[in-house]
Ligand binder design. Structure first.
Ligand code: ZN
Length: 170
C-alpha cells in the first residue's frame, strides 16, 4: 500500500504562492521610459501637421534593444493621415523585419495636450507588441504609464476565428 509522507504534504502546501493582495502603487516612470519619451518628443519635431497643428512623435523600443521613432504625417483628405505610432511601427518592420517585438512605447506631442494612442494605432500595435509592454503617454493630469493589454483588451484576432487563419502563417 502506498502511504504519503507528512513531509510531502507540507512541501505541497508551502508551494502555493502568497496570495495576499498587494497595493497598486503608481510609480514614477523608469529612467529608460523617460528616455524613450524624450525620443518621442524629438520625433515630433519632424511632424507634418499643417491642418491640425498637432505635432506628435512616437518611439518604440524593440526587444532587440533598438529604438525606432515616427511622427504624424497629415493629408489634405484628413482620413489618410498616418499617426506617429503607426509611422514608427511601419519603419520598425521595414528596417528590422516582421519578427520584431515591441517591449515599450512612448508617445509625446509638442502641444501640451493629452495624446494616448488612438484606437487604430492600438489595433495595429497589437500585431507586434508584448502584452505587458509599457506604454507611456501624456494624459489628463500628466504623463501616464499603462501596460498595453490594459490599453486594448479584447483586441480583434483572427486566431479566435476557427479555420480562418492558415496555421503556417506567422
Ligand atoms: Zn493613431
Amino acid at each position: 500500500m502506498y502511504r504519503r509522507t507528512g513531509n510531502a504534504v507540507a512541501s505541497d502546501f508551502m508551494a502555493y504562492p502568497d496570495e495576499t493582495p498587494k497595493p497598486a502603487p503608481e510609480p514614477a516612470p523608469e529612467p529608460a521610459l523617460e528616455d524613450l519619451l524624450e525620443e518621442a518628443r524629438r520625433a515630433a519635431i519632424h511632424s507634418y501637421s499643417p491642418y491640425s497643428g498637432f505635432r506628435v512623435g512616437a518611439a518604440l523600443r524593440l526587444t532587440s534593444g533598438e529604438t525606432v521613432t515616427g511622427t504624424n504625417v497629415e493629408n489634405v483628405s484628413y482620413g489618410l493621415t498616418i499617426c506617429a505610432e503607426r509611422a514608427a511601427l511601419v519603419q520598425a518592420v521595414s528596417r528590422f523585419g516582421p519578427a520584431i517585438r515591441i517591449e515599450a512605447v512612448a508617445v509625446a506631442n509638442l502641444n501640451d495636450a493629452p495624446s494616448p494612442p488612438c484606437g487604430a494605432c492600438r489595433q495595429v500595435l497589437t500585431e507586434f507588441i508584448l502584452p505587458d509592454a509599457a506604454v507611456i503617454f501624456p494624459a489628463e493630469g500628466g504623463v501616464r504609464v499603462m501596460p498595453f493589454r490594459e490599453l486594448l483588451p479584447l483586441a480583434f484576432d483572427m486566431k479566435l476565428v476557427s479555420g480562418v487563419r492558415n496555421s503556417s502563417h506567422k
